[in-house]
Ligand binder design. Structure first.
Ligand code: NI
Length: 191
């Protein structure tokens, strides 16, 4: 396994639409090795998720995992999940405000609107079907990662630029109100 370099905002690779994989490509040893690298890179950087495009591979794969994450201590755990060719469909119109950050956007967080309930259809790394409905912060993480596969970065969705903040100023000035809001959300939808 190897830790890959993470592309930073401004690099054109982050603005591409990643392409779908065939089952044969997914099963290839090189792709399985790549998925191991993606997971290792995500964990090394303390990410809650990492899209293949962020490590310069414009293919539709994203890894997601939340354990005790120092970047996002308020996030409920998400077991390691690899999404291949994911398609997200909103279940309804309900939205919440999510303060997001990104490994490709150094030292910046901002408020974006995300759907509270989304259906995810994808393959796992072995080509098995995933079809589930995810909620709340977990749904926000899924939407953030699938955005990457479409060449979108969270800053594109920040409608109020006055919410932009460094990580240090987030801790100082924005964390308490956000924690209060997401704690209520997690209590209601469970994740
Ligand atoms: Ni990101």
């Amino acid at each position: 396994m190897a830790i890959r370099k993470i592309a930073q905002i401004g690099h054109p690779v982050l603005r591409q639409r990643a392409r779908e994989l065939t089952r044969e490509e997914l099963a290839a040893p090189g792709t399985q090795q790549f998925i191991d690298d993606l997971i290792e890179t995500m964990r090394d950087a303390d990410g809650a998720g990492l899209a293949a495009i962020q490590v310069y591979e414009p293919i539709r794969i994203a890894a997601i995992e939340v354990r005790n994450n120092p970047r996002y201590p308020y996030k409920p755990p998400i077991p390691l999940t690899v999404l291949v060719n994911p398609v997200l469909t909103p279940v309804d119109d309900e939205e919440f405000n999510n303060y997001e950050g990104c490994l490709s956007v150094p030292n910046l967080r901002g408020m974006v609107k995300r759907r509270v309930h989304v259906r995810v259809q994808a393959w796992d790394r072995h080509g098995n079907a995933i079809d589930e409905i995810v909620h709340g912060l977990k749904a926000g993480t899924y939407q953030h990662e699938v955005d990457h596969l479409d060449g979108k970065i969270f800053v594109d969705r920040v409608t109020d630029p006055t919410t932009l903040t460094t990580w240090t100023e987030f801790e100082r000035h924005h964390r308490p109100a956000f924690i209060e809001q997401v704690t209520a959300l997690v209590a209601r939808v469970g994740e």
